[in-house]
Design a protein around this ligand. Structure first.
Ligand SMILES: [Zn+2]
Length: 275
């Protein structure tokens, strides 16, 4: 099974220009904005973006007045692998109301929601009800063969593939494929050690999918929750990659820990108005 099939995200039917050069328009005089007294040259924005760490929109590129993000959103999309992935109305006042349709997914989903909320220091996700929600989480049968996936997010729906969730052979196979090592207690699915890895893994999968709902696409870094083992240069991908960049022998999918890159990218997409 290929890891690239583990995370699949379907994008909303919004297409963007595929090539966006990182040369913001500097031919005219510095941009002015009716409601702002600040004037920022496009050149200064481009310089700050180039100086930021790879795919990591640190505070230095999140400090500009709103019109800069309105004007240069394509540049930010491509430079930090982001683009709108949730339907309008999913996030109201920066908050999505999440309804978990399957009882077995509740604890995992709530942990994943808390993970983002704590990291972002805002309530990006609140628990919704069947009658009052903007996002749903539930199981789907996505098979076990080519093209199958662990989790999937599209417009306002997050799905977990029941065929992998309820399969004692799956976690050991994934663990081996990603880390190159055998899963301790991999043959004892009822042990506490196995259960601990299992729980963290599925929380991580949902944290990853919620990251898509926040309009984050993939990165190549193993310590990012948004990691994927391949990507193609596009309007929301700075470059192509064909294997994971392993950082500190740490795999976020087995820790459910958000990296500073994950968090900074979600702060950026909020500024861009994507959630
Ligand atoms: Zn993904």
């Amino acid at each position: 099974m290929k890891k690239s099939s583990f995370f699949l995200v379907a994008l909303a039917s919004v297409s963007f220009a595929l090539t966006v050069p990182l040369t913001v328009n500097t031919t005219s005089s510095p941009i002015t904005y009716a409601k702002s007294t600040k004037r920022v040259a496009g050149k200064a924005v481009a310089k700050a973006i180039r100086r930021s760490p790879d795919l990591n929109p640190t505070a230095s590129v999140r400090k500009y007045p709103a019109y800069i993000y309105d004007k240069y959103w394509k540049v930010f999309d491509r430079w930090y692998n982001v683009q709108p992935m949730s339907a309008p109305g999913v996030f109201k006042k920066h908050t999505a109301r999440v309804y978990v349709a399957n009882k077995a997914l509740k604890s995992y989903t709530y942990a994943a929601m808390n993970n983002w909320n704590k990291a972002l220091k805002v309530k990006a996700f609140k628990v919704g009800t069947k009658a009052h929600h903007t996002m749903t989480v539930g199981f789907k049968n996505a098979g076990t063969g080519d093209g199958s996936w662990d989790g999937y997010y599209i417009t306002s729906k997050l799905y977990i593939n029941y065929n992998f969730f309820d399969n004692a052979n799956y976690l050991p196979a994934v663990y081996k494929a990603i880390t190159g090592k055998s899963l301790p207690s991999g043959d004892q699915p009822n042990s506490a050690a196995y259960k601990s890895v299992y729980d963290t893994y599925w929380k991580s999968v949902i944290t990853h999918e919620l990251g898509h709902s926040l309009s984050l696409d993939h990165t190549p870094y193993s310590n990012d929750i948004m990691e994927a083992d391949s990507g193609t240069k596009s309007g929301d991908a700075k470059y192509s990659w064909h294997s994971t960049k392993v950082v500190d022998d740490s795999y976020a999918i087995f820790t459910d820990k958000l990296s500073s890159r994950d968090i900074n990218r979600a702060k950026l997409t909020r500024i861009l108005g994507y959630w």
